[in-house]
Design a protein around this ligand. Sequence first.
Ligand SMILES: [Zn+2]
Length: 142
Amino acid sequence: MTTMSLPPVAKSFYTHCKKCETDRYHTVLAHPTNTTAKIKCEVCAKTSTWKAQSSAAAKKRAATEAAGRSPRARNSHKEQWNTLCGADVKAEEHDYNLKKKFEANTVLKHPKFGRGFIRSTQTDKIEVVFEDEVKMLMHNRS
Ligand SMILES: [Zn+2]
């Protein structure tokens, strides 16, 4: 069995805190086994068990996710918008007016936000996918 080096007890150890959802300094409380350390977040005081082996993999995974998250999220939104109501989509455009009542799964034309796809409706609100973001707009206000 390989000997993994554990962070020393009573010292600060920088690792991911699940509760804070970011990397934090943790105080090392104890070494319950040869490959685990009981640690406490210095910010939220959450205690957790740090594993010498799996943590490296988890950290790598978190780093990969963080690196890819924002651009991919933006692209997928744009793709979704293009599919729903991009220039190639032949659908009747309904001019936005808050007094009108709109139906879900139709295309809306807003004077400020442009073309949008109505994803869902409530009594007085519609959820619209615009090119840059999803917005809640009022409708049916007669
Ligand atoms: Zn924390």
